[in-house]
Design a protein around this ligand. Structure first.
Ligand code: ATP
Length: 314
């Protein structure tokens, strides 16, 4: 089984207790572990895979809490770094209409420094870059570029999820699009939400968006479409892979469960050739990943809602 190195942020989500409150009125917050790349590492570990998290937290109680949570799920955190800068915090309240009130206090996640010694561990493994905060600058952004370069020279399978957060790129979407381009160009697999595919391609139609993004470079594209399932595109073939019917209560983390499950299956293959050559196999993998995403929506929270191997199989 290959290792899946997931690089990026692990942060505290302070979620306002009373839904419907705006942040100026909220008084009670629940502390939760968040950060898409860390969620993906958890999704892989919960399925019995080899998820490795590479990111930076503060050398403070929040940082210790976060690493404990992720470690308990079976993620290898030996490559995580601690910084004197405080742990990154996000304060979120969700109104009943789904609108978010959001305050982001960026701290230690941006401090991740490049580790040259990792090159030997990278050999033939998988690299997942989930760029929610990584492209916002700081040492992390430079580290991202360097790991992408290392991954190419070390024949890794490279996966990219832009994880666009509108709150973080207000009035600056063109910068986001520009910064994502080299990652889409060099990755073997990209996972987009519909909003991301439309934003990054400038096309409204999902099939046109997909064609555009292939032209940028990536060979395998998955566009997740919530309850509609996933559009898979590879080898000049596109399939809308339906999801399973569930009663969703909270969709947080569904996308991370999806890509985590897909990467876990790829890591189990031993070599990456079939992923590029066997479309039927890829289709089966996406069906399973859809199931992982769907199960995640049936529970509250992100990490806690990610399915285990037995939940996925039953
Ligand atoms: P996020 O960024 O919130 O983690 P996302 O927008 O990237 O998520 P979604 O499309 O919400 O990803 O979900 C990922 C996958 O999970 C979907 O492709 C689908 O297979 C499954 N899924 C999500 N929501 C539902 C649902 N309501 N019913 C069934 N399956 C779902």
């Amino acid at each position: 089984m290959k290792k899946v190195f997931c690089v990026g942020e692990l942060l505290i989500d302070f979620v306002a207790e009373k839904q419907g409150n705006d942040l100026s009125k909220a008084s009670v917050f629940t502390k939760k572990a968040g950060g898409a790349p860390a969620n993906v590492a958890c999704a892989i570990a919960k399925l019995g895979g080899n998820g490795v998290f590479i990111g930076c937290v503060g050398d403070d109680p929040f940082g210790s809490f976060l690493l404990d949570v992720v470690k308990k799920e079976g993620v290898d955190v030996s490559l995580a770094q601690k910084s004197d800068t405080f742990t990154t915090l996000a304060f979120v309240s969700l109104a009943e209409d789904g609108e978010r009130d959001f305050v982001f206090s960026r701290g230690a996640d941006k401090e991740l420094t490049y580790d040259l010694t990792l090159r030997k561990d990278f050999d033939g493994n998988i690299l997942h870059l989930g760029a929610a905060t990584a492209l916002l600058g700081g040492p992390l952004e430079k580290t991202y570029g360097k790991y992408l370069f290392d991954a190419l020279t070390k024949e890794m399978f490279i996966s990219f999820d832009p994880n666009f957060r509108g709150d973080l790129w207000k009035d600056n979407e063109s910068q986001f699009i520009k910064k994502c381009k080299p990652f889409i160009e060099k990755s073997h697999l990209c996972k987009f939400s519909l909003e991301e595919a439309q934003l990054l391609s400038g096309k409204t139609d999902v099939y046109d968006a997909c064609d555009f993004l292939h032209e940028v470079g990536t060979q395998i594209i998955t566009i997740t479409l919530g309850k509609e399932g996933t559009l898979l595109s590879a080898n000049n073939t596109k399939t809308l892979v339906p999801s399973i019917k569930v009663k969703p209560v909270d969709t947080t983390g569904a996308g991370d469960a999806f890509i985590g499950c897909l990467l876990h299956q790829i890591s189990d293959l031993g070599n990456f050739k079939p992923v590029f050559e066997n479309y039927a196999l890829l289709l089966k993998m996406v069906e399973k990943a859809n199931k992982a995403g769907a199960i995640t929506t049936t529970n509250y929270g992100a990490i806690i809602a990610l399915p285990t191997k037995s939940q996925l199989e039953n």
